[in-house]
Design a protein around this ligand. Sequence first.
Ligand code: LMR
Length: 338
Amino acid sequence: MKTMFCGVWVIVGAVVFTTLACAADATIVIKFSHVVSPETPKGRAALRFKEVAERRCNGRVKVEVYPNGTLFKDKEELDALFAGSVQMLAPSLVKLSASPADVGEFQLFNLPYVFPSVDLLRRVTNGPIGVAIFSKLEPKGIVGLAYWDNGFMSMSANRPLRTPADLKGLTLRVSSSAGEPMMRMLGATPQVMPLSEVYPAMKRGAIDGTENVPSNLYTQKMHEVQKHITISNHSYLGYAVVANKKFWDSLPSDIRVQLKLALLDATRYANLYAEQENQEALNKIKISGATELYTLSIDEREVWRRALMPVHKELQTRIGKDLLQAVYKEGAALGHKF
Ligand code: LMR
């Protein structure tokens, strides 16, 4: 009888041990969803993260990257992150200021002409301001892991856009409701729309134009359905690499360390090549001959800047007056005037 009990315990022990060992060995799958082409700064950085993370974790982690909104579209992807149906995303910073994340501080990044230099942008994203903004995500169940660059946005439409007055009366696509105040300031009608729907909407004339970075304009083929692009560089487009907090906290600590190192690598990669990618996209648009590219002169840019600066004041309560003043102060230290 005793021997039989011992045998049972040996079997139970073996089963428990095998189960634990399997659990420890089970591959951790990270679904990483985004809405742009793989051939964009974000698309490439996500693939770089996958490559480095999988190598560093020795097969214990599998990163599945879903580009072009194939898994979830713009707003849906954040709902999916909250629900845990996707583990990582890299939404544009401005999208985090709108519903469903609704963290007003992120609207800072979209303010027109708030970053006159990349130096100021880096001071913000790599310094205490960037950390403080990310901390606002935690109560929402999201953890902010890295800031990735794309670049500065241009305006496109079917008519030349030389002065802010040229945008009056146009219906222009914006990526989130946070982009609406700037379009209204210009006398345009903003229309929020997922990125994947912009090309067909332009083609059938449902919208007159949009704002975006060259790499998105080119890879979404918007230049084929728009006649004019003005390189206005009016607003920054960057990304927050974010994870579902519950998922992130549940990871074994050694895996979290390796993923953070992989993110450091992907961030360096993203920020090093983003500008080059946008320049290449502009060249390709130019070569296509499908649309006319116009670069604002310094004086013309100043006219745009003055027309759009009141948006800062309009949004200062939403963003936080102290936060905005802290950014201006950093800018002043670099010789910028606002
Ligand atoms: C857009 O919707 O235009 C952008 O936010 C897309 C992106 O992620 O670059």
